[in-house]
Ligand binder design. Structure first.
Ligand SMILES: Cc1cc2nc3c(=O)[nH]c(=O)nc-3n(C[C@H](O)[C@H](O)[C@H](O)COP(=O)(O)OP(=O)(O)OC[C@H]3O[C@@H](n4cnc5c(N)ncnc54)[C@H](O)[C@@H]3O)c2cc1C
Length: 381
């Protein structure tokens, strides 16, 4: 089998690794527009359960990832001067995105996967002659855009604005800070991903963007404004930039996942909003499902049918949870008018994946605090 993979992100690399390990004679070529060791963003979260699924498929990669991760069970929720620290029953893990990609890249090269860095694919016509084409080229997927009608692509650009920064020390516990200031509302979501680096995602709603004059600022002025808004949390540390452009998130869905011998995975298939911190995991789990679909398939068409059958329902459920999460952030003014206790409860149950029973095991200390103050857990399941 001759496979072309467009995009050397977590989805593309993990699929190449899994397939080549099982089929050493296969010819696999990954096309990645960036040089090796270059990426956007800083650290990403990769929860314990995702690591478990990766380990079931590839113990060696899971071990290498976990050795480079930091784990934390606590998360602070801060709302305008009041805060609650939530202690989750299971730890969340984080890793530098660059490190994750380097581990996956090396694990592919060891097996003889061919990776063409600095190579941008502009059209699927460049991939004639391959049996299977995997479009793992991220949220702005070129292949998906080229065949948007065939895939039934829909894009909704959210109204909030955000930028992804780093901070040069470990900020612990990880936190979500919501602050009314400058005539609007700002959010910072930060967590350590190595002993000396943290991710820091800043967000505000569109009314704030206008009120604070951010629409007339450049990205350097916006960074300075965020440093001012979160001066207490940053304790004088500057925000570090890495393509830290302020933008609005495109929520992308596709009615059809395959077209001819081409298949979408990861962010190209459905963008995972950063507020659920699961895009990396979803891309890797798509890769795993696509690999599993190859195991008993008689043809490429069969592989693609089986991939959709294996993955669709779980992926749709997660996508709907992500939608409820970003809708919650899009209602920032309303949700921030609650007390910190109700706000935290609302936050924890916003996706619909955590109901009363799950909250008791997911965040037992918080469930107890909420029951003591409000009498019962009245989440809608
Ligand atoms: C602010 C922010 C915070 C986030 N935080 C988290 C988090 O904490 N946890 C988490 O799990 N996820 C997080 N994510 C999401 C996560 O980064 C993505 O969901 C994940 O990287 C998707 O993986 P992927 O392999 O599908 O695509 P990508 O990682 O985007 O990789 C696609 C690759 O394709 C390459 N490419 C694109 N077009 C072409 C082309 N035409 N030719 C060749 N190469 C091409 C790109 O250079 C890129 O390397 C966050 C995202 C944002 C924006």
């Amino acid at each position: 089998m001759k496979i072309a993979i467009v995009g050397g992100g977590p989805g593309g690399l993990f699929f190449a690794r899994l397939y080549k390990r099982h089929n050493p004679a296969a010819v696999i070529r990954i096309f990645e527009q960036n040089p090796s060791d270059a990426t956007f963003g800083f650290g990403v979260t990769l929860g314990g359960s995702s690591l478990g699924k990766i380990a079931d498929a590839d113990r060696d990669v899971a071990r290498r990832l976990s050795e480079s991760m930091v784990f934390d069970t606590a998360q602070k929720i801060h709302l305008n001067g009041e805060e609650i620290v939530i202690d989750y029953a299971k730890p969340g893990g984080s890793i530098a995105r660059l490190r994750l990609l380097a581990i996956l890249r090396d694990s592919c090269l060891e097996l003889g996967v061919d990776i063409a860095f600095d190579t941008r694919i502009a059209s699927s016509a460049e991939l004639d002659g391959y049996d299977l084409v995997v479009a793992a080229d991220g949220i702005n997927s070129t292949l998906r855009q080229q065949h948007a009608a065939a895939f039934g692509t829909q894009t909704r650009v959210l109204t909030n604005h955000f930028a992804w920064y780093g901070v040069g020390h470990a900020m612990s516990p990880n936190a979500l800070v919501f602050r009314d200031t400058k005539g609007g509302r700002f959010v910072a979501h930060y967590y350590a991903y190595t002993p000396d680096m943290s991710t820091f995602v800043a967000e505000c709603d569109d009314a704030t963007w206008q009120a604070a004059g951010m629409d007339n600022m450049d990205d350097q002025q916006r960074r300075q404004l965020v440093e001012e808004v979160f001066a207490t949390e940053l304790e004088g540390a500057p925000l570090i930039e890495n393509r830290s452009i302020w933008r609005q998130f495109p929520a992308v869905t596709n009615a059809r996942w395959r077209h001819g011998n081409m298949v979408l995975i990861g962010d190209a298939l459905r963008s995972a909003h950063f507020s659920i911190g699961s895009g990396t995991r979803l891309a890797m789990e798509d890769a795993l499902a696509l690999f599993e679909a190859t195991l008993d398939a008689a043809s490429v068409a069969d592989i693609l049918d089986q991939f959709v059958a294996l993955r669709k329902s779980g992926r749709d459920q997660f996508g709907e949870a992500a939608e409820r999460s970003f809708e919650w952030y899009e209602r920032m003014e309303t949700v921030m008018s609650q007390t910190v206790l109700d706000f935290s409860y609302d936050f924890l149950t916003r996706t619909g994946r955590v109901d009363a029973a799950r909250l008791e095991t997911y965040a037992p200390g918080f469930a107890k605090l909420y029951r003591e103050n409000r009498g019962q857990l009245d989440c809608a399941s």
